[in-house]
Each structure stands twice: as structure tokens, then as C-alpha cells.
Design a protein around this ligand. Sequence first.
Ligand SMILES: [Zn+2]
Length: 222
Amino acid sequence: MAINSACNEIGQTWMESGVSENAVSGHIQLMVPGKLACFSCAPPLVVASEIDERTLKREGVCAASLPTTMGIVAGLLVQNALKHLLNFGQVSACLGYNAMKDFFSLMVLQPNPSCSDSWCLKQQEQYLQKAKAEEKNRAAVGGGEPEEDVPLHAENEWNIVVEDDPVESVPEESELHEAKNKPAEGLKFEFEQAKSSVNDDELVADSEQDIGELMSQLNNLK
Ligand SMILES: [Zn+2]
């Protein structure tokens, strides 16, 4: 919270990350004061409700994957920081990771107009004024032509974010069978899988000898 306040005060962009207590999910978040939600705008449940973290412990959750999850989330955080600093790719505003289903969520958290951090509110005001001034400038230069990327609703009092539903197409049964044996895109098998059916001429004729005789023959060879 102290880092958050300090960054809001000087308008410093920063990133934070966290791993849930059950050790199987985490997130990284980019914070641009005034433009995106700050740490106080949308704090995690434990901080928001001031519940003792110990009371949130769940029975039957193994913390063995905690270092793994932390490593993954830390890697995502560093990757995002590099993208921001070296100006490549798309910097994620808020990326969630669920280890149980290998599910990633991506969203943009708008700043909260009733954030408890006073510097956040000042930054929000400044950002809005700057955005308005830029819009005026654009209108003056472009002869008032509407911009293509203007959001549908300028105000979003309740911070509603619309996300696309994941498209799930049901594959045919034959496709499913093929898919089972096919590696994911970009991957290939190092060697061919063994054939499950054998040609007749490849079969060795079954001799009438029993296993004991074969074993004694084998021992004699040594
Ligand atoms: Zn805030």
C-alpha cells in the first residue's frame, strides 16, 4: 500500500504480482496512475475485507505447488516488465493465471472513482483532463472527424468490463481421435509412434516348445 501511495503521488507506472493462498492461482497487474486501477482501487479480498488471512485457509489444499506457481507468476511479471521497458509485444494490464485448469484471464481494470487513495483520485482527474485536451486537439486537427478507437461509453461509473465468451467448437469424433494422437500446433514428435497393428508376414511362428524348454535353451547359449 505504501508503494502504491508513493507511485500515485509521483505518477509512477509500476507492476505488482500475487499468488493466492491456495497456491494454485496468481496474477500480475500493471498500474498506470489515473489511467488504470491502482492497488487501492481494487485490492485483493483479504486486504479489502480486512479478514485475517489465517481464516481463509482451506482444508485439503496442498501448498507444495506454491514455489512453482510463484516462479510462473514471477516469470510472467518479468516478461511484462520487459515488454513495457523495451517496448515490444502487448503489455498486459491485468493477467490472471489459474494453475488448476491452466486458464489465463486478461482484463483491464478501470480506476475506481471512489478510491481510498487521494493521490489516485487526483491522478484520475489529471488523466481525464489530459484525455479531454487531447481529444480537443485531435478534433481541431482532424476537422472533427470521429476517431475509430473512441470507446462506446465515455463514462463507466461501475467499471463494467465486457469480455468475449470463449468459443468452444465441438469437434467430430474422428477429429477427436486424430487430435488425441496429434501434438499441439508448433510441436512434433521426435520419432514415429509404434504401429499398433502388425502384418501377418512380420509375425514369428509360434513354436510348440513350452517356456521351460526355451529357458534352458537360452541358458545353454550363455
Ligand atoms: Zn486507486
